[in-house]
Design a protein around this ligand. Structure first.
Ligand code: ATP
Ligand code: MG
Length: 222
């Protein structure tokens, strides 16, 4: 059973001050320490009151492979974020039917929260390079400040140049986080090959993956 409270937490109650809401979107198939470190350091750098982790329902970019069920991806997101009081795992996107576009989520958040709540959309370096080509990028730019997590030594000029060429005014804050080459793809590959995924994500997520047989090689028929 999903309830409204599992979709969006309350924020902005005191109209006398500004609140900062971070949004960390992703497939989270599975969530890993790269996502968690990025969100935590974005929270700290930009003084975010809360970071929403929103597993995508039907990711716009990943129609080409089988994605783990939304409920499993959400459950792992809950487990991985549970101990951080500033993190909130949201069912918002998985409870919506169809393809998820960032712009629709941001519009819905804007309509839901009062004007003293500012929106900060957190992305990794790979995503910021593409953002000008996302669906309705101009509206994304008008709805949220972007926090782009880069690695030390990462060349942000290419992303900056692409954004400048688009003519869209994005407010982008670049933050450097420690080099973490962890990806969900790598974790899935490791599990499929029977290798260890320990210390790439939380023990709770690892336990969940194994208990539910996620990412295991399909048993050949016959
Ligand atoms: P996949 O390998 O399946 O593409 P992923 O590890 O890239 O998965 P996503 O769910 O696609 O994870 O990513 C969600 C968001 O997290 C994106 O903005 C992405 O740029 C960012 N991200 C992913 N991995 C890292 C990492 N190691 N460090 C910082 N940001 C990351
Ligand atoms: Mg990715």
């Amino acid at each position: 059973m999903s309830t409204r409270s599992q979709q969006l937490p309350e924020l902005g109650q005191d109209s006398g001050r500004e609140y900062r809401l971070g949004i960390m979107g992703g497939t989270f198939d599975p969530i890993h320490y790269g996502h968690l470190v990025t969100a935590e350091q974005a929270r700290e750098a930009l003084n975010l009151d809360l970071v929403l982790f929103m597993p995508a329902g039907s990711p716009a970019f990943k129609q080409d492979r089988t994605v783990t069920s939304p409920e499993d991806r959400y459950a792992m997101t809950v487990l991985a974020t549970a101990a951080n009081p500033a993190f909130y795992a949201s069912r918002f996107e998985i409870d919506r039917p169809g393809v998820t576009y960032t712009v629709d989520t941001l519009k819905a958040l804007r309509a839901h929260y009062p004007a003293n709540v500012r929106l900060y959309f957190i992305t990794g370096a790979d995503a910021i390079l593409d953002i000008v080509s996302w669906h309705d990028a101009a509206s994304i730019a008008s709805l949220a400040t972007l926090i782009a997590a880069t690695r030390p030594g990462y060349d942000i000029e290419q992303a900056q140049a692409r954004i400048a060429r688009s003519g869209i005014h994005f407010d982008v804050r670049y933050i450097q986080i420690p080099a973490l080459a962890i990806s969900s793809t790598n974790i899935r590959d490791r599990v499929r090959l029977g290798k260890s995924a320990r210390y790439l994500t939380s023990e709770s997520v690892i336990g969940y993956m194994h208990k539910n047989g996620l990412y295991r090689m399909p048993v050949p028929e016959g």
